[in-house]
Ligand binder design. Structure first.
Ligand code: AMP
Length: 217
């Protein structure tokens, strides 16, 4: 299956993408993760992307599309994939359609995680990431037993620059301006299915998998 996951920042795309990709036995391809890996390795791509990421802005389409084109050319993506965080603009969606059409395939389904802005702000502003193992905690919903320390590996937790309040507001504006139009784009193709992404993580996963099943996944 070739799937795309869309939804505002903080909708839980990364978490749900892990479960859904495992369920479907396809690779999860997250542009945010690829950018962050490049940032931490200090590659030229990472240096360029970081300027945008820290400001809550989208990385330019051309850079992002080229990166995804390379990733989709890897053998593990030949039979299917789950894209998490890409496309995020209409030009990216059009480029993806073209790329897949050139390969003789196309997307099967686009799953939209639906969450309102207030919930997104609560989720993102409380999010803390472990410096050691990368596990994501939440000060309110999933707090470690000792504040600021990861229960799993003992390393310190930090707040991602793009999870700070001013950057969250900018990310939400970017989402409304540039990414929300994808709902119409894929709706017009008859490929969009929206699910309620509030409530316990496991419940959202069940809803996602049920939605996929009803579309043959
Ligand atoms: P995420 O982890 O998906 O929230 O992505 C973190 C940041 O990476 C975003 O706020 C953007 O700056 C950048 N990014 C990730 N995916 C894309 C994309 N498809 N297009 C442009 N920028 C992206």
């Amino acid at each position: 299956m070739r799937l795309v996951l869309v939804g505002p920042p903080g909708a839980g795309k990364g978490t749900q993408a892990e479960f859904i990709a495992a369920h479907l036995a396809v690779p999860k391809i997250s542009t945010g993760d690829i950018f962050r890996a490049n940032v931490s390795q200090g590659t030229p791509l990472g240096v360029e992307a970081k300027r945008y990421m820290d400001a809550g802005k989208l990385v330019p389409d051309e850079v992002t599309i080229n990166m995804v084109r390379d990733r989709l050319a890897e053998p593990d993506a030949a039979e299917g994939f789950l894209l998490d965080g890409f496309p995020r603009t209409t030009p990216q969606a059009a480029a993806l359609d073209k790329l897949l059409a050139d390969l003789g395939s196309g997307l099967d389904l686009v799953l939209e995680l639906v969450v309102d802005d207030d919930e997104v702000i609560r989720r993102l502003s409380g999010r803390r990431t472990c410096r050691g193992c990368g596990k994501i905690w939440h000060v309110e919903f999933d707090a470690p037993s000792q504040e600021g320390i990861c229960d799993r590996c003992g390393a310190q937790l930090f707040q991602r620059d793009d999870d700070k309040a001013e950057t969250i507001a900018e990310r939400l504006r970017e989402y409304a301006d540039k990414t929300a139009p994808l709902v119409d784009y894929y709706g017009a193709q008859g490929k969009l299915v929206g699910i309620d992404a509030t409530g316990p993580v496991e419940d959202v996963t069940v809803r996602a998998i049920d939605a996929l099943r009803s579309y043959g996944g």
